[in-house]
Write a protein that binds this ligand. Structure first.
Ligand code: NAD
Length: 484
C-alpha cells in the first residue's frame, strides 16, 4: 500500500485561488497520493507589513514537506516589497528552472506546430545575484557572477533531464564571444560535461542568433540550457510562441526542495470570474507528481488534459472559432479534465513519465583540482571628473608606488589611456590598472595594493572599489580594456 506525500500549497492572489482549486480537484480525481498543508503567501502578507510576502510559519511548512505547489501571487506596486519568487528560489536553493514549451497543434493556434522545447534555466546566479551599486554620480553597476559549481550542476541537470526524459539533444546558449570569462565558463563546463553523455547530441549557439532561431524554427531545438537572464527572457518567448504563456508550467528544483507553478502571473483583471485557464498550474503539478515519485498519476493527469484539449473544450484564452467545441470556465474545464482521467489523447502525442525524471543530481560533482592563484595587479576604480584624460593619466602615473606602474585607464570598459581615442565618451568612474613594474605579470602583493590605495588617498583621489587581477596556473583570467 502506498503512503501519501506531504506537500505545501499556496493559493496565491488574483486568479490563483481559482486555478489552484481546479488543479487540486483534477489531482484528487486522478488519485494523487497527497497530504496537503496550506499556507498563505503574497499580497495579504505583504500588506500586513511583511516585506518578504511569506510568514515564518509558512517557511516551517516548506521545511517540513520540501515540496511546494504555488499559485501566482501579486507583488504590490511601489517600493519595499521583495519578489517572493526570487526569495523562495534563493532561500530554498532552487538552482534549476525547467519549462517545457510544447505546441498543441491544431487544437491551440501556433505558428510552430512541431515545437517541443524544454528550457533549462540556471536560477540563482548571473546578474540575478542582486549585487548592484551606484559607484558615482554617473555610473551604476550590476555584478554578473557565475561559479564553476553553479554551471556544473545546471549543465549536468540538463543532460540528465535529457537522458531521463528520452530527449535527443542539449543545446547551450551563451554570449561568450563578449563575456569570455563568465559566459565562457558556462560554455567550457558544457563542453566538459557533454562527452559524458555520448547518446545525447550537443551543440552551442551564441544567444542572439540562438534566440532568433528559437523564435523562427523552434522545432530544431530539444533541450536548451542557459544562464539565468537569457533563460528568463527566452523561456517566456518559447512558451508564448508554442501557443500561450497561459499553458506552460514551471519546475524549480534544488538539492532538498522543489517548487512547482504556472509561468504566468496572478492576472488580477481576470480574477473571481471563473475565466482563467488552470493549465499552466496543472502542468506544473504534473512535474511535481513526477518529482515525488507518482509518475503513474502524472501520466493520468497529463493525458486526460491532452484529451480535453483535443475534444475542443477550451477556456477563453485558447478558444478559437472552428477548432474549439465549447468555451468553458475554470471550474467546467477542471471537471472536463477530471472526467477524462483514464483516457488518452487520440491525435496529440501520449505522454509517458518515469519516476526520478526530474530529480536533482548534486551527488554527481566533478573533481575539484586546486589551481595556483597569483595576484599580478589591481584595478582601482576612481571617481573623478578630470580636466583631460591625458592629464589624469600622467598625474596618476606619478602616484604609482615603487614596484608598481599604471598600465591603463579605461572608461565604460574602453581603454582611454595611453593612446586613447579622443572621441570616446567618458564619465566619472575610471578603471585604473596597476601592475608590476618589475616583470610582466609579476606578483603584486596585498601589502602593495594597500600601499597603492594609501598613496592614492594621500594624493586626494576618491576610489570606489578595487578588483584583484589574478593568474590561475599562469593564465591571466581578467579582461583587457576594449582596445587594449
Ligand atoms: P499575468 O501573467 O498575471 O497576466 C497577463 C495577462 O495574461 C492577463 O491579463 C491575462 O489576459 C493573461 N493570462 C495570464 N494567465 C492567464 C490564465 N491562467 N488564463 C487566462 N489568461 C491568463 O501578468 P501581469 O498582469 O504582468 O502580472 C500580474 C501580477 O502577477 C503582478 O503583480 C506580477 O507581479 C505578478 N506575477 C506573479 C508571478 C508569480 O507569482 N509566479 C509571475 C509573473 C507575474
Amino acid at each position: 500500500m502506498s503512503t501519501n506525500t506531504p506537500i505545501t500549497v499556496a493559493h496565491g492572489d488574483g486568479i490563483g485561488p481559482e486555478i489552484m482549486e481546479a488543479t487540486l480537484h483534477i489531482l484528487k480525481e486522478a488519485g494523487a497520493r497527497l497530504d496537503i498543508e496550506t499556507i498563505e503567501i503574497g499580497e495579504k502578507v505583504y500588506l500586513r507589513g511583511n516585506s518578504s510576502g511569506i510568514e515564518p510559519s509558512a517557511i516551517e511548512s516548506l521545511r517540513r514537506t520540501k515540496v511546494f505547489l504555488k499559485a501566482p501571487i501579486t507583488t504590490p506596486q511601489g517600493g519595499g516589497f521583495k519578489s517572493l519568487n526570487v526569495t523562495t528560489r534563493k532561500m530554498l536553493g532552487l538552482y534549476a528552472n525547467i519549462r517545457p514549451c510544447v505546441a498543441y497543434h491544431p487544437y491551440v493556434d501556433t505558428l510552430h506546430p512541431k515545437m517541443d522545447v524544454v528550457i533549462v534555466r540556471e536560477n540563482e546566479e548571473d546578474t540575478y545575484a542582486g549585487i548592484e551599486h551606484r559607484q558615482s554620480q554617473d555610473v551604476y553597476q550590476c555584478l554578473k557572477l557565475m561559479s564553476r559549481p553553479g554551471c556544473e550542476r545546471i549543465v549536468r541537470y540538463a543532460f540528465e533531464y535529457a537522458v531521463r526524459n528520452n530527449r535527443k539533444k542539449v543545446t547551450c546558449f551563451t554570449k561568450d564571444n563578449i563575456m569570455k570569462l563568465t559566459d565562457g565558463l558556462f560554455h567550457k563546463v558544457f563542453d566538459e560535461i557533454a562527452p559524458e553523455y555520448p547518446q545525447i547530441e550537443n551543440e552551442h549557439w551564441i544567444v542572439d542568433i540562438g534566440a532568433a532561431k528559437l523564435a523562427d524554427t523552434p522545432e530544431i531545438f530539444d533541450v536548451i540550457v542557459m544562464p539565468n537572464l537569457y533563460g528568463d527572457i527566452l523561456s517566456d518567448v518559447a512558451a508564448q510562441i508554442a501557443g500561450s504563456v497561459g499553458l506552460a508550467g514551471s519546475a524549480n528544483i534544488g538539492v532538498k526542495y522543489a517548487m512547482f507553478e504556472a509561468i504566468h502571473g496572478s492576472a488580477p483583471r481576470r480574477a473571481g470570474q471563473n475565466l482563467a485557464n488552470p493549465s499552466g498550474l496543472l502542468l506544473g503539478s504534473v512535474m511535481m507528481l513526477v518529482h515525488i515519485g507518482q509518475a503513474d498519476i502524472a501520466e493520468r493527469v497529463h493525458n486526460a488534459w491532452l484529451r480535453t484539449l483535443e475534444e475542443g473544450i477550451h477556456t477563453y484564452d485558447v478558444y478559437t472559432e472552428g477548432i474549439s467545441t465549447q468555451k468553458v470556465g475554470t471550474k467546467e474545464f477542471a471537471q472536463a479534465v477530471a472526467a477524462n482521467v483514464g483516457k488518452e489523447p487520440e491525435k496529440l502525442k501520449i505522454v509517458r513519465y518515469s519516476n526520478g525524471a526530474m530529480q536533482d543530481l548534486t551527488d554527481r560533482v566533478s573533481h575539484y583540482v586546486p589551481e595556483v592563484k597569483e595576484q599580478v595587479g589591481v584595478d582601482i576604480f576612481i571617481n573623478i571628473v578630470p580636466e583631460s584624460t591625458e592629464a589624469f593619466g600622467t598625474a596618476l602615473s606619478k602616484v604609482a608606488i615603487d614596484g608598481v606602474k599604471l598600465v591603463m585607464l579605461s572608461n565604460r570598459g574602453v581603454k582611454v589611456w595611453p593612446n586613447g581615442f579622443p572621441d570616446t565618451l567618458t564619465c566619472d568612474t575610471w578603471r585604473c590598472r596597476f601592475m608590476s613594474s618589475v616583470t610582466e605579470n609579476g606578483p603584486v602583493t596585498h601589502a602593495q595594493v594597500i600601499a597603492q590605495l594609501q598613496a592614492l588617498l594621500d594624493a586626494g583621489y576618491d576610489f570606489v572599489k578595487y578588483e584583484s587581477l589574478c593568474t590561475f596556473n599562469g593564465r591571466a583570467d581578467f579582461s583587457l580594456g576594449q582596445g587594449q
